[in-house]
Design a protein around this ligand. Structure first.
Ligand SMILES: C[S@@+](CC[C@H](N)C(=O)[O-])C[C@H]1O[C@@H](n2cnc3c(N)ncnc32)[C@H](O)[C@@H]1O
Length: 282
């Protein structure tokens, strides 16, 4: 994949302007997300989130910040024969791929902070791996609470905090050692909603009562250590702020830091923790 394409594709995962005009990526980047990132990382979490939220036959389910729709497609298999699933995302290209891969489902463009649905439209509202990218995560949780029925369920899955990531915590420390302290915040976006107690308080403030709150271990897969470092560094402004020499030392040291998590074929299978919180309206 072209580095520029990878950067723009990762922009969609790590940047939210709240403006649909300013939030577009090329279709080929969304196709790459579906072909590479969904099977390697995102797909494993969709059944976990649907299970914790109790998605079951006959329900109406909303997948917020659906991307290419892995959670929506997983939920669709669980709500048959007469349930209905809708996916909503800001990004046109992600939705184009979602429509191609899941043609029978309902796909809408919209902002998580201003969902384009009336009150109490769904039995379940889910959001996987996106809350930490929203400018106002609490606004999105309030919107999810608004659009579920009185007996409805809200479920969110986000990466756990950085210090609980056995591979990423030492990787970030190593990079900070080479690139300086500013690298820490640049590399930490993914983990911003990682405090499960704080997330619970956001739910409570939105008028929700937390029913489950837990952490689950998964795997971050990549074809190689180098590919993983490229993704992590080049998806942030850090890549432009470090010299070639610093970048080379980061790549070299990553081989040691991530060695415990490599597979026989040279791939990376690093442990990755996520938090799952589900709630009902009070
Ligand atoms: C890392 S992807 C996760 C996609 C999907 N939930 C999954 O698990 O594959 C993050 C998604 O959040 C979407 N997104 C970011 N900000 C958004 C917002 N304010 N409203 C709706 N979608 C948003 C992006 O377009 C992107 O598709």
């Amino acid at each position: 994949m072209l580095p520029a394409l990878e950067e723009r594709m990762i922009d969609v995962m790590t940047t939210s302007t709240g403006s649909s005009e300013a939030f577009q990526i090329p279709l080929e980047a969304a196709e790459y997300y579906e072909a590479a990132f969904v099977p390697a990382f995102f797909a494993q979490w969709a059944p976990v989130l649907c299970d914790d939220a109790g998605v079951s036959p006959g329900q109406t389910v909303l997948d917020v910040a659906c991307g290419t729709g892995i959670v929506a497609r997983t939920a669709a298999e669980l709500v048959v024969p007469d349930g209905k699933v809708t996916g909503v995302d800001l990004n046109d290209a992600m939705l184009t791929v979602a429509r191609r891969v899941g043609p029978g489902l309902d796909w809408r463009q919209g902002d998580a902070a201003d969902l384009p649905f009336p009150d109490e439209s769904f039995d379940v509202a889910l959001c996987q791996m996106a809350l930490m990218f929203f400018p106002e995560p609490a606004a999105a949780v309030r919107e999810m609470a608004r659009v579920v029925t009185r007996a409805g369920t809200v479920g969110v899955l986000v990466p756990g905090s950085l210090e609980h990531q056995p591979a990423f915590a030492p990787l970030v420390e190593m990079i900070v050692g080479h690139a300086g302290e500013e690298a820490r915040s640049l590399l930490s976006t993914y983990f911003l909603c990682g405090d499960v107690d704080e997330l619970g308080r956001v739910f409570e403030s939105a008028g929700l009562e937390v029913t489950t709150s837990r952490t689950q271990a998964g795997i971050y897969g990549a074809p190689s250590v180098d590919a993983a470092v490229t993704t992590e560094v080049e998806s942030t402004p850090l890549a432009e702020r470090i010299s070639d020499d610093v970048y080379r030392r980061i790549r070299d040291d990553a081989q040691d830091v991530l060695a415990p998590f490599t597979t026989a074929d040279g791939g990376l299978a690093a442990p990755f923790e996520c938090n799952i919180v589900t709630a009902h309206r009070r």
